[in-house]
Structures are given as structure tokens and as C-alpha cells.
Write a protein that binds this ligand. Structure first.
Ligand code: NAD
Ligand code: DAU
Length: 358
């Protein structure tokens, strides 16, 4: 049975990936999820799988070398899927240190632990061991409003402390591939949306605020463009790259679904109106009047757009979920998981929200 070590599996994409993998492989695989449970990590995301015999949770920081080495010493790990990171751009602008700590140094700890566990005396690696580093399209910087795209060959040009830390971690992975022939892949994905996303990110924040009749903060002019991908499609791509990709290669993953932020907000408001039943009190609260233009994000990247040509040609992956369907699935999930939303938006979230949006 293949054993996966997933880092950051209690976060948004990590938990969706774990659900995807158990749905696909059920009891054919074992998953060890290591997560420090920062504000973004939530074990509620994994309630459905927590009692499975082939699932283990380890609470540890990826910067804790001993804890990570212990996992490798006690288990024959076959796959590492490395999600754990500080992931929110706005937080990185206010407090970059933790981003370098987790995203750069934590990745180095993961690389070293895997290399030491997998490398044989002659410098080659045990057979069928693979490390996948989950990264972002933000490492490529920003595109203008034209028809250019990010390719795997696009030069790295990060602008925020978050994207700089992710670009640094990508470079570390690349250096292990180039130096040691370390069996790894890097994936650079566009903006994800779907269940379990923490409401500091645009889509869940707008859903949450609109349902409560709170202002909908739009940075700058609202014309910045992101390329949105349903999170299940990302999980599928990660699995396909790890199993069928060429080792040592980088693959871009994207939704071919570019939208201006203001367009996303209008779609959410219209979809909420459509989905809320007649007589539901919240129907009166959801309104375009809530849209509020606020100060722009510092260094705000104008446009991201991925050309997922390489992953399609080599591996056969393409985005399957249309945005109109994905956004309905997402809103339905937030409707059905009000308690989840209440739990994550109590306490520290309130303080973050006050500081961020005053
Ligand atoms: P998230 O913030 O929702 O989750 C991050 C998880 O990592 C949390 O469970 C957190 O507890 C854990 N974590 C943080 N620091 C840790 C540490 N030091 N040790 C152990 N665990 C730690 O993030 P996400 O949106 O799910 O993103 C996951 C990965 O995918 C990140 O590497 C991110 O850069 C990348 N990515 C995200 C997107 C997106 O749109 N969200 C797009 C492309 C790539
Ligand atoms: O592109 C991939 C990246 O997507 C990931 O690497 C990051 O981890 C993830 O957080 C996301 O980064 P963004 O900065 O693009 O996502 P965010 O949801 O924070 O913002 C999306 C856009 O919406 C961006 O242009 C800023 C804008 N925005 C965001 C918030 C939170 C607003 O206008 N108002 C808001 O309140």
C-alpha cells in the first residue's frame, strides 16, 4: 500500500485533496497528514475521514526538523504532497517573517527529510518515491490586460512577500532536482475556490459578508483579473502530475477562467439571489448596494492567466468544472455548513477583519 505524507492537509486545498484521494483510492492508500493547525488549519474539514484506519493526523510544524524526520523514520513514505504554507497575500504584506519561515525554511526541512530518507548510498534514490511541491501562478508576477499567459518558461517575477517566499521555495525544489536528481515536481496553480476555503479570500469573504448584509470590500477599481479553478480540479491535477508527469518537471495548472474581481462579486450576488428560497430573510440583505470600493492592495498584481497547455498535452488534464457550476456547488456548501463558517469567523477572525478593513 502506497503511503502519502501530506503537509497542510487541514487547510483549504489540502483537505479537499485528502477527500479527493480517499474517494478515488479508498483503502488502497494510506495518508499521513502533518499540519501545525495555524489559524488556517481546521480539523473539522476532515471529520469524515478522521476515523479511517488508513488516515493519521500528526500535529507538527514543518519547520520542526525532528518531528518531520521522525515521521520519515517511523513510516515508509512513498509520496510527499507539500501544501503547508502561509497562503494569504494581505497577511504577507503586514507580516512577511512567518511567510519566509514556513514557506522557505519549512520547505527546506521537507526536502531534506525526504532526501535523507530516500537517498541510497550511491546517491541514487529508492524506486518509486516522489515529492510534489504545490505552488502558485503568483511566482510569475503580473500580466497586462492583453492575451498573454503564464507558461512554465515565463521568468519568475514575484511582487508580494507571499509570492517571493513561494518563488524561493520553488527554487529550492528546483535546486534539489538539479543537484541531487531528487524525484520531484513543481505545480503552479491559479486561484482556487470551493468548499472549506477560509473567508479571508475573496470568494468566501463575499459570500459570508453578503449573507449578513455587510459591506463587500473591492480593492482599487475591481478590474484586477484572476483565473479561477474549482478546487477538485486542482486535486485531480496534482494526482495526475504525480503519477503521470515527467519527474523534475514543472506544470502550470489553471482554469482558463479569467474574471475581473467585480465580475466575480456580481456573479456571487446573482447566484445567491437565485439560490436563496423565497421568504428567506437573507434574500433582503444580499444587494449590489453593499459593494464598497476600498484602498487598493499594495503592489496589487493586475492579472493572472495560466496556459495549461503542457499539462493537457503531456498528461491529459484539463479543467472540468465550469465556473457557473463550481460557484453553485461552493455556495451550496456554505449554505449547508453555516456552523463551520460561524466557528472559523469567531475569535481571531474578528480581530483580523477589524485590522484589515477597519
Ligand atoms: P491554507 O492557508 O488554507 O492552508 C494552509 C495549511 O497549512 C493550513 O492547514 C495550516 O495550518 C498549514 N500550515 C501553515 N503553516 C504550517 C507550518 N509551519 N507547519 C505545518 N503546517 C502549516 O492554504 P491553501 O489555500 O489550502 O493553499 C495550500 C497550498 O497551495 C499553499 O502552498 C499555497 O501556496 C498553494 N496554492 C494556493 C492557491 C489558492 O488559490 N488557495 C492557489 C495555488 C497554490
Ligand atoms: O493565484 C493563486 C493565489 O491565489 C494563491 O497562491 C494564494 O494562496 C491565494 O490566496 C490567491 O491569491 P489572491 O491574492 O489572488 O487571492 P485573494 O482571494 O486574496 O484575492 C483575489 C482578488 O480579489 C485579488 O485581486 C484581490 C481582490 N480582493 C481580495 C479580498 C480579500 C478584493 O478586492 N477584496 C478583498 O476583500
Amino acid at each position: 500500500m502506497r503511503t502519502y505524507l501530506v503537509t497542510g492537509g487541514a487547510g483549504f486545498i489540502g483537505s479537499n485533496y485528502i477527500h479527493y484521494m480517499f474517494k478515488k483510492y479508498n483503502n488502497e492508500i494510506r495518508i499521513i497528514n502533518v499540519d501545525a493547525l495555524t489559524y488556517a488549519g481546521n480539523l473539522e474539514n476532515l471529520k469524515e475521514v478522521e476515523n479511517k484506519e488508513n488516515y493519521t493526523f500528526v500535529k507538527a510544524d514543518i519547520c520542526d526538523k525532528e518531528a518531520i524526520e521522525k515521521i520519515f523514520a517511523e513510516n515508509e513514505i512513498d509520496r510527499v504532497v507539500h501544501f503547508a504554507a502561509e497562503s494569504h497575500v494581505d497577511r504577507s504584506i503586514k507580516n512577511p517573517e512567518v511567510f519566509v519561515q514556513t514557506n522557505v525554511l519549512g520547505t527546506l526541512v521537507m526536502l531534506n527529510a525526504a532526501k535523507n530518507a530516500w537517498m541510497l548510498e550511491d546517491g541514487s534514490f529508492k524506486e518509486d518515491k516522489k515529492f510534489l511541491h504545490v505552488s502558485t501562478d503568483e511566482v510569475y508576477g503580473s500580466l497586462e490586460e492583453d492575451d498573454t499567459f503564464f507558461y512554465e518558461t515565463t521568468p519568475i517575477d514575484p511582487h508580494s512577500p507571499y509570492s517571493a517566499s513561494k518563488a524561493s521555495s520553488d527554487m529550492l525544489v528546483k535546486s534539489y532536482i538539479d543537484t541531487y536528481k531528487f524525484p520531484a515536481n513543481i505545480t503552479n496553480c491559479s486561484n482556487n475556490y470551493g468548499p472549506y476555503q477560509f473567508p479571508e479570500k475573496l470568494i468566501p469573504l463575499i459570500i459570508n459578508n453578503a449573507l449578513q448584509g455587510k459591506k463587500l470590500p473591492v480593492y482599487g477599481t475591481g478590474t484586477n483579473v484572476r483565473d479561477w479553478l474549482y478546487v477538485d480540479d486542482h486535486a485531480k491535477a496534482i494526482d495526475m502530475v504525480q503519477e503521470n508527469g515527467r519527474l523534475g518537471e514543472r506544470y502550470n495548472i489553471g482554469g482558463h477562467n479569467e474574471k475581473q474581481n467585480i465580475e466575480i462579486i456580481h456573479i456571487i450576488l446573482d447566484t445567491l439571489q437565485e439560490m436563496l428560497p423565497e421568504g428567506d430573510e437573507r434574500k433582503k440583505l444580499v444587494s449590489k448596494d453593499l459593494i464598497t470600493y476600498v484602498e487598493d492592495r499594495k503592489g496589487h498584481d493586475k492579472r493572472y492567466a495560466i496556459a495549461p497547455d503542457k499539462i493537457k498535452e503531456e498528461i491529459g488534464w484539463y479543467p472540468e468544472t465550469m465556473f457557473k457550476d463550481g460557484i453553485k456547488l461552493t455556495i451550496k456548501w456554505y449554505f449547508e455548513n453555516e456552523d463551520w463558517l460561524k466557528n472559523v469567523t469567531s475569535g481571531d477572525y474578528q480581530k483580523y477583519y477589524q485590522d484589515m478593513y477597519q
